[in-house]
Design a binder for this molecule. Sequence first.
Ligand code: SF4
Length: 219
Amino acid sequence: MHYPINEMFQTIQGEGYYVGTPSIFIRLQGCPVHCRWCDTKYTWECNNQDQISYEKIIMKKKSNRKWSYINSKEIILIIKKKKWTAKHVVITGGEPCLYNLLEITKELEKKGYKCQIETSGTELIRCSLNTWITLSPKINQKTLDTSILRANEIKYPVLKEEDLFYLENILKKIKNKKNNLIFLQPISQNEEALNVCIKTCIIKNWRLSIQIHKYLKIQ
Ligand code: SF4
C-alpha cells in the first residue's frame, strides 16, 4: 500500500506519554478536520500539483505542502538509508487514520519498531494491535466511540476552561476503563491555557503535556 508522505525525520517525541523518546516521525498528508490553531496546516490538502518524487521527500529540509506516495517497503528502506537509530515510530499528520495503517504498522513491528499513531479520532483506526494510540480529540468534532475505546492515552488540547466540558463527555464513555492516561496540552504555549491545564491536572491527577520540542526549538 502507498501512503501520501509529507515528511520523515528523526527527533525526540515532545508530547504525551512518550515524551523524550527518540523517534522517527512519519507525517502523512491530508486532514479534513481543519482546527483553527493547527501547527501543520500545510498537510491539510492532498493536491496533485504538490506531489513530488520520493527522492525529494527524503531530501526535504523545510515543512511545506509537498508530498509523495511511498509504500511500506520504501519507508523502511528510507529509515535504513538514513541510518536512523530510534526504535520508536510516530505516524502522524495531518490525520493519519484517513489511511489503512495496518500494513505499515505490521511491517515496522516485524523490523523491531514500536509504533505510535497520533489521531484526532474522527476516522476509523486501522493498525496493528500493539500500536500505541494517542487520541487527541478536537472540540466541535465528532470523536468516534471506537477511537475513544481504542486509545492508550488521551492528549487533549486546551485553550480555555470551557474546553474541558468536551473532554468530560468523552471520559464518560470510558468511565469503567481503569488506568486511563489523560494529558492536558495548552494550545500554542498560551499562558492562560497553561494555567488552566496545570490547575486541572493537579485537581484531577492528570498529566501535563507541554510540547517540549517547541521550547527546545527542535523539529
Ligand atoms: S486534526 Fe491535527 S492535523 Fe488536522 S487540523 Fe487538527 S491539529 Fe491539524
